[in-house]
Structures are given as C-alpha cells and as structure tokens.
Write a protein that binds this ligand. Sequence first.
Ligand code: FES
Length: 103
Amino acid sequence: MGEWVRVAALEDCPPGSLRSVMVGSVPVVLCNVDGALYAVEDRCSHEELPLSDGELEGPILVCQYHGARFDVTSGAPRGLPAVRPIRTFAVEIRDDGIYIQGT
Ligand code: FES
C-alpha cells in the first residue's frame, strides 16, 4: 500500500467542489459530494484530458471536453464517450487536513 499524503486543508474543498492536487507524480482530483470526499485520477479515460476542468453533479463528475460521466464513488463510467473506468484513491480526513493514499 502507498504512503498517505496530505493534499489540502478541509476548507480548500467545500461541498460540491473539485480540487486538483498531486499525489507524488500523479494528478488527482478531490471531489466533495455533500461533505463526503472522494479522489479519482485527474485524467479522463476518453482522451486523457483533465477531469478537474469539469464539474460535479452529485456523485457524477462530468468531463467538460466531450461530456463523459463518471461515478466518483467507484470510478465507473456512467456516460459516453467514456467506456473505461477511472482510477480511485482512498481519502481520509485527519485533524490537519485531507490525506490521499498514493500507490
Ligand atoms: S476527454 Fe473526457 S470526454 Fe473526452
């Protein structure tokens, strides 16, 4: 299992928002779904563009480039043109901020 990395303060990612962070050399997007935090790789499985440019609709992250949709709780694709899942990461809220487990 990878190291846990502090990526942001809790107030940096309020409910309904996205925040791009780095976990080692991997770009990751933090997603706050009504107070629950999820993290997925910041790269769309369609054409590898940044998902952090998109927006959240509940637990669904919509890629702004061609409209692919992903469930951030599982990484599963939920709308074309994406057919492959995206990678997910474990997230923890600790006293001093938000941590993501790298690989
Ligand atoms: S790059 Fe995300 S839908 Fe095409």
